[in-house]
Structure formats: structure tokens, C-alpha cells
Design a protein around this ligand. Structure first.
Ligand code: GLU
Length: 492
């Protein structure tokens, strides 16, 4: 349960208010999920508010992408508001502030205004009469360069709180409105305060990065005599590698071909996490664990994987041989080997019928394993049998070995549970598959793309299935092609 001071069941109204400037990422998920949870836990309402009043920061694709990603996250909103459809509402409230004498219309050059502000002096427009300001407000509809500023306190210690802008006239075309005319766009503090008031938001839950905005919005509440909502600011969640969420870097990376799209395996967008097989409920649980505490924290991918593992642990196990190399074993006896699809569940088995020809069997092992081998080494083929290496020259593309009936590998001694000494053969275990009969596989991982062969039982896999490749990690089936399966790496 998220504890909200003075919250009443059935009366809570919260909102999630993203800017449609790109796709949602793990940082947005926190605000979305916590607000959604509050609405659900208190039988309240959640409003989705698309904050698109800065035309320079609008990406048309983002409108539907945001809704799709929220649905995937399990966020249920009761009402959707798009701010660009409400421009006249904000304009009217700005006009009322001018009429009250609490705002003025200014076209001072930015540098000049800034210098006056730092000197704690008012700009010439601040002292005009209400009538003169209303006349200038009219001019705003036809002339570029005007801004409505709220009157705060020239002596505010934080300069950003001094007479901050509320509304600006601009010819910038809005990608959604396709307006080719001078338009009055509100700045976020006006549109946020007006909408939070009109929509009767009871609790504004957002990050501490909005603390100054809250201070600004309180001026607007005060001038209109509105009741303030309950403002709650949770701590900042920093994301170590900013490039994984930064809109500009992602866009640039996509243009330059460094990323395949917004769902590229390297990213922490919700799309990328979905494609990798991260369960949305794992993201929710992670965010609920963080809660609304005001301490700053660092986002931990490991902690998210810990949550996610609970959802995928029981999936099927399979083998994948990366960069396969041939291994011929001589003097090999007939053998049927079975591996469980899961060690703790009775899902059944994958069976390999190993029938030698001329006493030889051909298998595949991973190049990285093969490269460690030298003549005379004894290795254990995973859960099967031991072989001794006869020819280890990997440049020929094939390692030759002999079947070993009784192991003679080097012995090592370890301390047992009760302090007793235990001896066992220290033999490296090597993953294998029969040569021929496997399926080509490609696994997109954050650090590399792994190419190889997966076992024949993978032929039953369907898109979105998650499996664990033993020793490799969990993977989500991304595409099943004619004779290739493409996976996205989920986690270790
Ligand atoms: N649109 C703002 C943002 O995404 C949120 C505004 C708010 O929560 O008040 O940062």
C-alpha cells in the first residue's frame, strides 16, 4: 500500500503527464506506475495528460507509442487529455492573471530581461497599467516575441522564480495541430497548474526534479485562490548510462545506424525492455519497492532482473552453441542422452540419440571452449561423458578426441560441508550438440550479437516464448524465420 497523507478512498484523482517527445523509458515508468497504483489502491481515478504545448519537443509517433507502452505496463487511465487541444483555456487564465494585475506582457530581449532580473529590477512592462497590458496582450495575437509573465517577487533568492513566463506567442508549427499561424503556447507551469486545478487533481506525485516547478505553480494557485493539491515529490532515480534513455542520443543513434530503433537491445526504453522479455509486472514490483520515498537512488538493472527472474525462472532449458566448431570423437559407443526441459519441473526431456558411424560421432562445441583445449586434456561433455583431446588445432575447424571410459582427469581436493576433505576430478565441462539437425540462431545481446546453433527442440518455439539457454542466459524469441530463430537477450 502506498501511504498518501489524508487520502480518502474513492476521492483520489491523480495524473500521469508525459511529454510526447519520445518513447517512454524506465524513468517514466516510475511516475506512471506509482500514480496508477495510487488510483487503484484508493479506488480513485487516473488521468493521462499529454503535455504537448512545446511544439519543438513533440514527436508525432510518441502519442500512440505512449498509450501502447502504458497498456503494456498495465496502467489503466480513466480519462485522457491532450493539452494542445486546450490552448484557449490556458490563454484565458493568463488573461485573467493580467486583469488581476498579477501578470504582464513583455517583449524585452531575453538578455536584457535577465540582466534586470539579476539586478532585482523590474522590466518596463511590469509597471504598465492593466489596460496597457491588456492592449499588449491583444498584440500578442498578431505579433511575434511577446510573453506573458507572472508577477512574483523581485527579491526571490532563486532567480528562476522571478516573474517566470506563462504564455508565449510563436509562429513555430505544432506537429499535431499543423497550424501555420502565430499561436499562443502556454509554458508548462501555467498549463500544469490550470489543468491540475480544472481536473480536480487531489495528489500531484512527481519527482524532486519538479520542486521548483511546484514553487512556481503555487503562485498561480495563490492568485486564483485555488486549493492546492497535495504535492508529493519522490527522490530522483538516476540512470547510470544516460545514453540508454536520452531522447536526443537515441534519435541520433537510430539515424546513424547505431541503434536498430527505439526498442534496440541496448536501451532502457519500455519498448526495449519488452522486446528483451522483461515482464511488465517485474517493472511494477521494482517501482513499488522504491515507493514514494524522497531519497535519491540509482536505477539498478540487477534489481530489475532479480524481480523479473521470478516470472521466467520456470521456462524451458535448451542448448545454444555460439560460434560452433566440430568435435569428432573416436571410439564412441552408442548412447541416448536425455536432458530435462527443467530440473525442478516435470516438463519432460530433450533426447539425443548418439549413433556413431565407424565408431565416430560428430558433435559441435563452442569456439571459445575449443580454443582453451590442448592435446591430452580431458573434458566433460555436459552431463554426458568424458573425452580426451587428440588434436586441438582449432584453425582446422575441427577438434579430434577419444572417448574416455574411465576418467583420469586431474584430482582436486576441496573442503566438504563438515570440514572433511573431498576429492574429485577437476574436468572442464563443455556444452555440446550433435552436428547436423540443429537450428541456426542469432541472439541480440547488449554486449554483442551471438551467432550459433540451437538444439532441434527449439523448432517448437513461438514468438514471445522465453527460454533459458544453459550457461548463456534467458532469451526471448523475437522472430521465427525459415531456418533461423532470432532471440533477444533477457538476462543472466
Ligand atoms: N510533463 C512533465 C514531465 O514529463 C510532468 C509534469 C508534472 O508532473 O507536473 O516532466
Amino acid at each position: 500500500m502506498i501511504e498518501i497523507p489524508n487520502a480518502e478512498k474513492g476521492k483520489v484523482v491523480v495524473r500521469f503527464a508525459p511529454n510526447p517527445s519520445g518513447y517512454l523509458h524506465i524513468g517514466h515508468a516510475r511516475a506512471a506506475i506509482l500514480n496508477d497504483e495510487i488510483a487503484k489502491q484508493y479506488n480513485g481515478k487516473l488521468i493521462l495528460r499529454i503535455e504537448d504545448t512545446d511544439p519543438g519537443r513533440v514527436d508525432e509517433e510518441a502519442y500512440t507509442a505512449i498509450e501502447d507502452d502504458l497498456k503494456w505496463l498495465g496502467v489503466d487511465w480513466d480519462m485522457k487529455i491532450i493539452q494542445s487541444e486546450r490552448l484557449t483555456t490556458y490563454e484565458n487564465f493568463a488573461e485573467q492573471l493580467i486583469e488581476q494585475g498579477n501578470a504582464y506582457v513583455c517583449n524585452c530581449e531575453q538578455e536584457k530581461f535577465k540582466a534586470l532580473k539579476l539586478a532585482k529590477m523590474s522590466c518596463p512592462h511590469r509597471n504598465l497599467t492593466t489596460e496597457e497590458n491588456l492592449k499588449n496582450f491583444e498584440k500578442m495575437h498578431t505579433e511575434d516575441g511577446w510573453t506573458v509573465r507572472i508577477k512574483t517577487n523581485l527579491n526571490e533568492p532563486n532567480p528562476s522564480l522571478v516573474d517566470f513566463p506563462l504564455l508565449r506567442a510563436s509562429k513555430e508549427e505544432h506537429p499535431r495541430l499543423k497550424n501555420n499561424v502565430l499561436t499562443l503556447y502556454p509554458l508548462m507551469n501555467l498549463s500544469v497548474a490550470v489543468d491540475d486545478h480544472l481536473l480536480e487533481i487531489t495528489d500531484v506525485l512527481r519527482g524532486k526534479d519538479h520542486l521548483t516547478n511546484t514553487e512556481k505553480q503555487k503562485f498561480i494557485y495563490k492568485y486564483f485562490g485555488w486549493n492546492e493539491p497535495n504535492f508529493i515529490h519522490y527522490g530522483i532515480m538516476s540512470i547510470g548510462s544516460e545514453g540508454k534513455i536520452s531522447k536526443s542520443e537515441i534519435k541520433k543513434g537510430i539515424d546513424e545506424g547505431k541503434f536498430t530503433g527505439w526498442d534496440d537491445v541496448h536501451l532502457l526504453t519500455l519498448r526495449a525492455l519488452k522486446r528483451r522479455g522483461i515482464n511488465p509486472q517485474a517493472i511494477r514490483n521494482y517501482m513499488l519497492n522504491l515507493g514514494i520515498k524522497d531519497v535519491d537512488i540509482e536505477f539498478s538493472e540487477e534489481a530489475l532482473y532479480f524481480e523479473n527472474k521470478k516470472f521466467i525462472e520456470s521456462c524451458f532449458r535448451h542448448f545454444f552453441i555460439e560460434d560452433p566448431l566440430g568435435l569428432t570423437i573416436e571410439n564412441f559407443p552408442d548412447m541416448v542422452v536425455r536432458f530435462p526441459l527443467h530440473k525442478e519441473h516435470t516438463y519432460g526431456f530433450r533426447t539425443f540419440d548418439l549413433v556413431p558411424e565407424n565408431n565416430k560421432i560428430n558433435l559441435l562445441i563452442q569456439k571459445s571452449d575449443a580454443e582453451k583445449l590442448k592435446e591430452g586434456d580431458e573434458i566433460r561433455l555436459m552431463n554426458t561423458c568424458n573425452v580426451r583431446i587428440k588434436k586441438a588445432d582449432t584453425t582446422t575447424g575441427r577438434v579430434i578426441a577419444d572417448y574416455v571410459e574411465n576418467s583420469h582427469g586431474p584430482m582436486v581436493e576441496i573442503n566438504g560441508k563438515n570440514g572433511e576433505k573431498k576429492k574429485f576430478h577437476n574436468i572442464p565441462k563443455v556444452l555440446w550438440l550433435p552436428e547436423g539437425g540443429g537450428i541456426k540462431a542469432k541472439i541480440y545481446c547488449p554486449e554483442r550479437t551471438a551467432d550459433g546453433i540451437c538444439e532441434i527442440a527449439c523448432k517448437n518455439l513461438k514468438e514471445n516464448n522465453i527460454i533459458q539457454f544453459e550457461t548463456f542466459g534467458f532469451c526471448r524469441v523475437d522472430k521465427v524465420k525459415d531456418n533461423l530463430i532470432e532471440f533477444y537477450f533477457t538476462q543472466r
